[in-house]
Design a protein around this ligand. Sequence first.
Ligand code: SF4
Length: 324
Amino acid sequence: MLEVKDLRVLLQTRRGPAEAVRGLSFELARGETLGLIGESGCGKSLTALALMGLLPENAQVSGHIRFQGQDLLALSDRQRSTLRGNRMAMVFQEPMMALNPLHRIGAQVAEPLRLHRGWSAARAQAEAQRLLERVGLPDARRRAQAYPHELSGGQRQRVSIAMALACEPDLLIADEPTTALDLTIQGQILDLLAELVEERGMGLILISHDLGVIAENVRQMLVMYGGSVVERGPTEAVFARLGHPYTQGLFAARPRLGMARGARLQTIAGSVPELADLPSGCPFSARCRLATPECWRTRPPALLMAQAGHEVSCLHLEEALRGL
Ligand code: SF4
């Protein structure tokens, strides 16, 4: 259904042009789930915006994005807008990116149905209420008349998810969709997405910095750093044998049940570098405990681990695996 090949996004920054996504390739079939994981600034959200055709104007995108046989990068803005909110939809981390503060939420959820399916106002409004109930918004009939500012952050996120699901998209890109929600609602929303994948064969790209969310909700995963994929594979295989020092660092830094009170979480040394400062070799070399001068110069190839499809881009993979 979706084929991405050598996707690159070049941004104009204060310090000159910087490649924010560097040759990303993957495929997603109907009913499949893919997770993108990494820290803020690693290129996950820009990848999502590139897929949706929502990059800022100063961004240059190249490569290939084929969705249901169409070359998305060859389509006009108007042609892409007929797909957005219809065959492909996105849930943003910040729900106000999708909601209009001046319109009632019921009308906003109903809008894609009127626009893309030509439904009457009454029919679209009734469906909007059903969708609001399905995403767990209490008292949906009354709340459909509310404006976004009258809802809590978690309720607004549920509205934006209802809006994204209105036209039953074939592909949903969810960028940190549950970060603002409490754990119970987070579970409900993730269960709902899993149901839609199962029932309707919807493809799901789930973006998260949370390893637990990725582990439980997607079958394939890509670990991104500095705009590049540094590790990829079936989620089970990656978690069974973390290969890349960055993935190992993310795993070690996660909070765990049963940690002693006051115990400090491990962190990955340093911080995500500015895009313009990324080295020509391994993007992680400035923070990696195993980095050698060669790592700064040489771009690591993708090496296959024992399990089918599990790949790691590291010049010193054996040492990385021994260090676990
Ligand atoms: Fe670390 Fe070098 Fe491997 Fe990059 S290539 S992850 S710097 S050891």
